[in-house]
Design a protein around this ligand. Structure first.
Ligand SMILES: Cc1cc2nc3c(=O)[nH]c(=O)nc-3n(C[C@H](O)[C@H](O)[C@H](O)COP(=O)(O)O)c2cc1C
Length: 190
């Protein structure tokens, strides 16, 4: 038996990505995003939706490039912080993180994320307050371990442990509740 509900994506787990952009002064900024998926038109592309006005959106509109860094259990505390602290606050990036430059595009990437897309915006669909970006994947970076075909896919993905999220909660790769959104960052801002 099914029951009609208010519109939401509850019980539809999503993965999380940290979008990296360079600010006007060429230092990195990261924000946390889940409205992320793929499309196909001759090759695979990425579609990303960003709501409201925020620094990540300003920088994507200015440079037309960004990185999308998969969030794993290891980097959840800093990811949660990047999702709850506004880039417009000048001290957002005063945190201890290791970043590098992408290998193809001029985008910052997070050294600790094992799966990273370097993305170039191809088309922008502007709506009321949200924008949808259709992006060409210019590079796909994987930790060396993930490229080892002699190890099963199950073992490789269990090693990196991507986060799942739904109903504003974070879940571990094996399906256990970690915490509500906004709680994991407590480790960072003690
Ligand atoms: C778990 C989580 C997922 C989020 N997903 C999105 C998203 O898909 N789209 C969006 O516009 N904002 C999303 N946000 C909000 C942004 O992360 C937040 O506005 C952040 O401040 C963006 O960084 P910035 O201010 O440096 O641009 C999410 C926040 C959290 C905690």
């Amino acid at each position: 038996m099914k029951k009609s509900n208010s519109i939401s994506n509850s019980f539809c787990p999503q993965t999380l990505f940290l979008y990296g952009t360079y600010k006007e002064d060429n230092t990195p900024n990261f924000g946390l995003f889940c409205w992320f998926s793929y499309y196909y038109d001759k090759e695979m592309g990425v579609m990303a939706c960003i709501g409201e006005k925020k620094l990540t959106k300003d920088r994507i509109q200015a440079n037309k490039v960004f990185s999308a860094n998969l969030v794993t259990e290891e980097i959840l505390p800093i990811a949660d912080y990047f999702g709850n602290k506004r880039g417009y606050d000048n001290d957002k990036m005063n945190v201890d993180i290791e970043t590098e430059k992408g290998q193809v595009l001029n985008v910052p990437v997070l050294s600790k994320s094992p799966v990273i897309f370097e993305l170039e915006v191809d088309q922008t669909i502007t709506m009321g307050s949200s924008d949808v970006y259709l992006c060409k994947i210019r590079n796909f970076l994987l930790d060396e371990y993930l490229c080892d075909e002699t190890i099963s896919v199950e073992k490789r993905i269990k090693t990196i442990r991507p986060i799942h999220t739904t109903v504003q909660k974070y879940f571990s790769w094996d399906g256990n509740l970690i915490c509500d959104w906004g709680k994991a960052m407590k480790e960072i801002i003690k």
